[in-house]
Design a protein around this ligand. Sequence first.
Ligand SMILES: [Zn+2]
Length: 262
Amino acid sequence: MLVDTHAHLMDSAFREDLAEVLERAAAADVGAIVCVGYDEDSSREAVHLAETYPQLVAAVGIHPNYAGQATAGAFDRLRQLATHARVVGIGETGLDNYRQHTPPRTQREWFERHLELGAELRLPVVVHNRQADEEVAEMLMHRASSDAPVAGVLHCFSGDAAMLSAGLAAGFMVSFAGPLTFKNAGSLPELARRVPLDRLVVETDCPYLTPAPHRGQRNEPALVRWTAERLAQLRGMPFDQLARATTDNARRLFPGLSADWA
Ligand SMILES: [Zn+2]
């Protein structure tokens, strides 16, 4: 069984055929899916989906690209939402220097608030990092050595070797998505080999980042298998063993996931 640790099933791309998407996920043995919010509305919708479908759980947060548009009181409402029983994580949050829709200083403030909330509610934090390795590494290391550390995951890892080391040292899991399967994956395959087996998880980040050989189509949870297969191949291990390890890791990362599987 596999867990898709990062999906945006509340995206309008799934409005027409969510039931079929979930059927294909089940047929592909994707037993649980974390629906990750990126602003207030999508976080609320993620919780709604998690209330509706037993195989779905939610993470709630405001993505750095949307933090600049967040209205007054959004964070307090998010905090309220985060106490919902179906919420297993905080995020996505982080820093994005590729698209600076939000001024860097505002991004840092929001990232810090999410880390704080994760520590307060003892929920793992889903971290987005785009071209911000040094700052993300510094903030995570700082948090790890504070008296309110947090657990979490570096979602859709795309950093360098130093970022990987810092994330692991901070106690984070490392999640790979479709780009690992791309021909132009750069140093990602080499870094994916270096992650300890007990720190690896997989995700789709759907509807984006569709893995090969399905590039060009909409991404969906059933396709997380391609990323897991690529990881197994890179690490020279049987697929089943890789699947079991990443699923165990996903349960440790998001303890709220396990409740339904008892
Ligand atoms: Zn995402």
